[in-house]
Design a protein around this ligand. Structure first.
Ligand SMILES: [Mn+2]
Length: 366
């Protein structure tokens, strides 16, 4: 039996952190579309169940479009059962006034188990964490050890129990419970780990990256379970329409914007990102204080090659002290004065000297 494990779709996210309203609108539509594409994949590949391990939505106020899209897909695909466990971003009244389709299986603040296959060998069990149950839910989990057990939870993994943290999940406390696969949500990056000699836990990551803290490939996990032998294989399936990448470009020794542009060009050519990507260029390294650097121009130069591109300058300046040692001009005097100041850090000195020299050079031009 094939099962999809997805989580953290965050449908209806604002998406305006980097993007214009127009592009944010496009991204919002893409999030919904990727959900539809995942269901399409499930239908085509004989997937019998889709587990949504929390944060299907991003806000408590869900748009009619997002609501109708999800319900519409569930109703349209009666061949698939949807197991939806709410996360910390999901609304309590999500299905208020809506008739719950028979193939939509929900969870609540108590453990609930569902038989996922006709042979009753695969059991999906889940609980939504609350302030009341987050300390006790480990003890109340009782599984039949002769079944293939999938446990669904939404929260942050840790070794030990963290008191007063509703969204904390101690992996150690879930040892020897009979779990085969734990489908987790909350961490937006794909990650697998071991529970005990029997079971594994997995964060499938979010379905689409939204910001530059969610770089790289995104998608879902496809489980292929042999219900007779109770063995299984997992596969990460990339599904995101667009990916985000942070690209570090060392601009050490560049003297002007053209030099920097060449470095950026080399890095981008080497990586060959899809033109649909969102790119954040981070300039690193150290340049001479007299380096001419125009960030806006660099952004303009490359922004049309991708859906979105921004340049963030994290490079520093280096002062070539020897150059100023014997300089008798005001510039040399200024540099030597700053350098002899013991209360200023080296980085701040470089910054002060850079501004000072720019000022002196500007004054000379006038
Ligand atoms: Mn979450």
């Amino acid at each position: 039996m094939k099962i999809i494990h997805c989580a953290d779709l965050h449908l209806d996210s604002k998406m305006t952190a980097n993007l214009t309203n127009e592009k944010a609108k496009i991204r919002k539509a893409e999030l919904l579309n990727t959900f539809k594409n995942m269901v399409k994949f499930a239908s085509k590949n004989d997937v019998k169940a889709i587990i949504i391990a929390g944060d299907l939505y991003d806000t408590k106020n869900i748009s009619a479009t997002a609501k109708n899209t999800v319900i519409g897909e569930i109703v349209r695909h009666t061949e698939i059962d949807f197991y939806y466990l709410r996360g910390n971003h999901d609304s309590e009244s999500l299905f208020e006034g809506v008739e719950i389709p028979a193939n939509l299986k929900l969870f609540n603040e108590n453990w609930i188990s569902y038989e996922a296959d006709n042979k009753k060998n695969i059991i999906i069990t889940g609980i939504e964490l609350t302030a009341e149950n987050h300390n006790s839910f480990y003890d109340t989990l009782i599984l039949a050890h002769d079944k293939f057990n999938i446990v669904v939870l939404h929260g942050q993994e840790s070794l030990h129990k963290v008191k007063n943290d509703t969204w904390n999940i101690s992996i150690r406390e879930l040892k020897n419970k009979g779990i085969d696969y734990m489908a987790l949500g909350h961490i937006h990056e794909y990650k697998q780990g071991t529970i005990d000699s029997r079971g594994r836990y997995c964060y499938c990551g979010c379905l689409e990256g939204r910001g530059f803290d969610e770089c790289g490939e995104h998608g879902f996990v496809l489980l292929d379970i042999d219900e007779e032998n109770k063995t299984f294989k997992t596969q990460f399936v990339p599904m995101a329409y667009r990916n985000l990448y942070t690209v570090k470009v060392d601009i050490s020794d560049c003297m002007n914007t053209s030099d920097i542009s060449d470095r950026i060009g080399n890095c981008l050519d080497g990586a060959s990102y899809d033109e649909k990507s969102l790119i954040k260029i981070v300039l690193t390294g150290y340049t001479d204080i007299e380096c001419e650097k125009n960030i806006e121009l660099l952004e303009k130069e490359y922004e049309n090659e991708y859906f979105f591109l921004k340049v963030s300058d994290e490079s520093g300046f280096r002062v070539n002290y020897e150059e100023f040692q014997l300089d008798e001009s005001l510039k040399g005097e200024f540099v030597r004065n700053v350098m002899s100041e013991n209360t200023i850090s080296e980085e701040d000195k470089a910054e002060i000297i850079r501004y000072g020299i720019q000022f002196l050079m500007g004054a000379k031009d006038n």
